[in-house]
Design a protein around this ligand. Structure first.
Ligand code: GLA
Length: 420
């Protein structure tokens, strides 16, 4: 299924739907400044875009087989690719001075390389996944320059890693003419993050990035990967993201610990729930009856997962009926559970959610992404954006040292090649 990114017929992202035209042009200028204008006859520069995402409901459910409700945002990753006449892969980014020059034969032909702990591990991981999946491997004589940039904050819980991985998949698919589907690119991104970088993430982020639609939330069932779009009335409601600007280095370890705790809970509880294939499917009564068999922290994690699953199904039904107020209440409840049961919130996030709760214009708020820092997502009444921005910034400044960044979104047209 070639929705957007078939090499033969890439769907162009039109400048009418993505307000990035000037930034795309600037990115190409930067590409030339970094890499020079001489492509030695190897080919023209092509430009690709992948959005970030905010998750509105279904926190930490994707790796537990539960329902999630992310929405792609129109901030994202830009990637310029230009073919080279040798077999090298050069990678650079507008965010850092460091760059890499890697030999495709060494990467794809010999012993499997190891991740280096650098930002380009995601790019290399995607390349390795695509090479493994391509009939006879990729053509290692066809090198390329990659230059990343964009306007998505890194490590803020807005899925910069899935955005980087999928934009890489889209660009390499076009460069090598692999004819991949969006789901193939999603699988390559998942392989890169889990098997190469080493974060045991679930499927939500690449699905949210890969199947974005403006004005819609993606309802993804992580049991079987089925999905549909659910619309939010963009004339009435808008999604806001308040970035605490707090970044936690510990996040990867803490995230993997939560994944392991959920696996442990499932191994104990599934003995009493033979029909459950995932922790999200364990009935609440089973948890109540056997909570004492679990360590205290593991029991809290399991309670969050099981209750959040029920809450997300109710929120989905409410949103489908246009009851955004009920959906918003579920977001507040989800935040409390993430704070008290899953232990992934921090003071800065709690300050924003509590302030949001006091605002008449806000229908719901919760931390988004893995937690431990990053952003709060809110749903508010359209038209209230600027007063809310001012008020939340002042309320935050009264308690914390750093200044939050506030932005508003109505979804994103998603992943694809940009028509130049
Ligand atoms: C991170 C992971 C996702 C998901 C969220 C929490 O963003 O990458 O797979 O688990 O945390 O909902």
């Amino acid at each position: 299924m070639l929705r957007i990114m078939a090499a033969q017929s890439p769907r162009a992202l039109s400048s009418a739907t993505i307000p990035h035209e000037a930034r795309f042009a600037a990115h190409l200028v930067e590409f030339v400044q970094r890499f020079g204008s001489d492509s030695a006859g190897a080919g023209e520069v092509r430009l690709f875009f992948a959005p970030g995402r905010v998750n509105l409901m279904g926190a930490h459910l994707d790796y537990n087989g539960g329902p999630v409700m992310p929405m792609a945002i129109d901030r994202g990753t830009f990637l310029a690719l230009r073919p080279r006449s040798d077999g090298q892969m050069r990678i650079a980014t507008s965010f850092e001075e460091t760059e890499a020059l890697l030999d495709l034969d060494d990467l794809c032909g010999g012993a499997a390389p190891l991740a280096e702990g650098c930002w380009w591990d995601y790019s290399v991981g995607v390349l390795l996944a695509l090479n493994a999946g391509a009939d006879g491997g990729i053509d290692c004589s066809r090198g390329f320059d990659l230059y990343y940039g964009g306007d998505l904050p890194i490590g803020a819980g807005l899925s910069s890693s899935a955005s980087v991985s999928l934009v890489t998949g889209a660009a390499l698919n076009a460069h090598f003419g692999l004819g991949l589907s969006v789901e193939d690119a999603i699988d390559a991104a998942l392989w890169a993050e889990r098997n190469f970088v080493g974060v045991m993430c679930g499927i939500m982020d690449p699905f949210a990035v890969g199947f974005a639609k403006p004005g819609s939330v993606l309802l993804l069932d992580c049991r079987d990967r089925s999905w549909e779009h659910v619309e939010i009335d963009a004339d009435k409601y808008i999604v806001g993201i308040i970035d605490t600007m707090v970044r936690r280095e510990l996040a990867k370890g803490e995230f993997n610990l939560r994944v392991a705790q959920c696996a442990e809970a499932f191994s104990v509880l599934s003995k009493h729930a033979p029909d459950a294939a995932f922790l999200s499917e364990v009935p609440l009564e089973v948890l109540c009856d056997h909570e004492a068999d679990l360590q205290a922290d593991v029991a809290k994690r399991a309670r969050h997962v099981i209750e959040e699953t029920l809450r997300t199904y109710e929120a989905r039904d409410a949103l489908k009926l246009g009851d955004v107020a009920a959906f918003g209440c579920a977001m507040f409840d989800a935040h409390e559970s993430l704070r008290d049961l899953y232990d992934v919130s921090i003071d800065e996030l709690n300050t924003i959610v509590e302030f949001a709760r006091s605002q008449e214009s806000v229908l719901g708020a919760r931390l988004t992404g893995a937690g431990f820092g990053g952003c709060v997502a809110v749903i508010l009444r359209a038209g209230a954006e600027e007063p809310f921005r001012e008020a939340v910034t002042a309320a935050y400044a009264a308690k914390h040292k750093n200044e939050p960044r506030v932005a508003f979104y109505r979804g994103s047209p998603g992943l694809g090649e940009v028509a130049l």
